[in-house]
Design a protein around this ligand. Structure first.
Ligand SMILES: NC(=O)c1ccc[n+]([C@@H]2O[C@H](COP(=O)([O-])OP(=O)(O)OC[C@H]3O[C@@H](n4cnc5c(N)ncnc54)[C@H](OP(=O)(O)O)[C@@H]3O)[C@@H](O)[C@H]2O)c1
Length: 287
């Protein structure tokens, strides 16, 4: 039995569908069973727990062979606690293998707000005694579209300098996660899941304009200017999250590409152009 956390979310839901299709028995960890039934394939077994509730997590993980831990969201302390609780509960429940979605940018020197939380989870996995596979994911194409491209009007101003990114769609992240979860014995301990080409934001806005007929140009701006404008629109911690993410991009921390996606799935990841052409122009991606 494979249990997928974050199963009402975009990535988790897609992982559940893929693992069901591969013929494995699947359970979905959710917070609200009634709401979850609308998202998930019919007859998906539901286990109910919040990452904040350690005893409920242990009960939810009982009898599970493989845990797919989709990273949590929120402020950095909460995320660290959520991952720690889930890993400790998996150990206590005797889970046989853990698959975890991390990020490519976990270095101690990273300016990214979330880097310490992912580094902490990776350390916990390495020392918990349960075999694990970590997928360090690049920026989601969907995130770039929903957070930066679609809301922009004529100009996209980011403090990312001339940094490159190798975006990967949430659908492809789910495909890679499902491939590992279905065959944990054949999986390595660490994979990098990125797009196959590093692109500048100048190239990305051209691809967006071609897909949507909405002209957009990229303008590198200062971190201070971006933080001020984001703080006027968004609640904490998001202005700090996005400003520090751009600092990390500017330092080249999202520029590397990996062939690990193809190794796991036997195909190339969807390009940013194909992704933008697939999703409805200007609409949030639904995967
Ligand atoms: N690499 C990137 O570019 C990038 C961008 C954005 C996010 N991420 C990370 O990737 C993860 C998956 O992305 P996504 O698009 O699938 O996210 P999503 O759609 O927001 O899904 C998040 C999932 O986490 C669950 N969750 C949140 N807090 C929880 C808690 N306290 N206890 C139990 N479950 C909880 C949510 O459950 P409910 O439905 O109950 O809220 C939901 O199922 C995110 O959580 C985030 O860590 C990466």
């Amino acid at each position: 039995m494979i249990l997928v956390t974050g199963a009402t979310g975009h990535v988790g839901c897609a992982v559940v569908s893929r693992v069901v299709s591969s013929g494995h028995e699947v359970a979905a960890l959710v917070r609200n069973a009634e709401a979850a039934q609308k998202h998930l394939p019919r007859k998906t077994t539901l286990r109910v727990a919040d990452y904040e509730n350690a005893p409920a997590l242990k009960t939810a993980f009982t009898g599970i062979d493989g845990l797919v831990l989709i990273s949590s969201d929120g402020d950095v302390d909460a995320i660290m606690r959520h991952h720690a609780n889930a890993i400790a509960a998996a150990v206590a429940a005797g889970v046989g293998h853990i698959t975890f979605t991390s990020i490519v940018d976990v270095a101690q020197s990273s300016p990214f707000y979330y880097a310490p939380a992912y580094r902490d989870a990776e350390h916990r996995l390495a020392s918990c005694g349960v075999p694990s596979t970590i997928l360090r994911c690049g920026l989601y194409s969907d995130f770039i579209l929903d957070t930066w491209l679609a809301p922009a009007s004529g100009e996209l101003a980011l403090p990312a300098g001339q940094g490159l990114v190798a975006p990967v769609s949430r659908a492809d992240v789910a495909a890679a996660v499902a491939a590992v979860a279905a065959r944990p014995d054949a999986s390595r301990a660490l994979y990098a899941i990125t797009g196959d080409r590093a692109m500048s934001f100048d190239e990305i806005v051209v691809a967006y304009a071609d897909a949507t007929a909405r002209p957009l140009r990229y303008r590198p701006c200062s971190p201070g200017d971006y933080l001020a404008s984001a703080s006027a629109r968004l609640v904490d911690p998001w202005p700090r999250v996005f400003t520090s993410l751009c600092a990390s991009i500017a330092e080249g921390r999202y520029a590397s590409t990996s062939s690990d996606f193809a190794t796991l799935t036997g195909r190339q990841p969807e390009s940013v152009r194909d992704f933008l052409n697939r999703v409805a122009p200007g609409e949030p991606a639904h995967d």
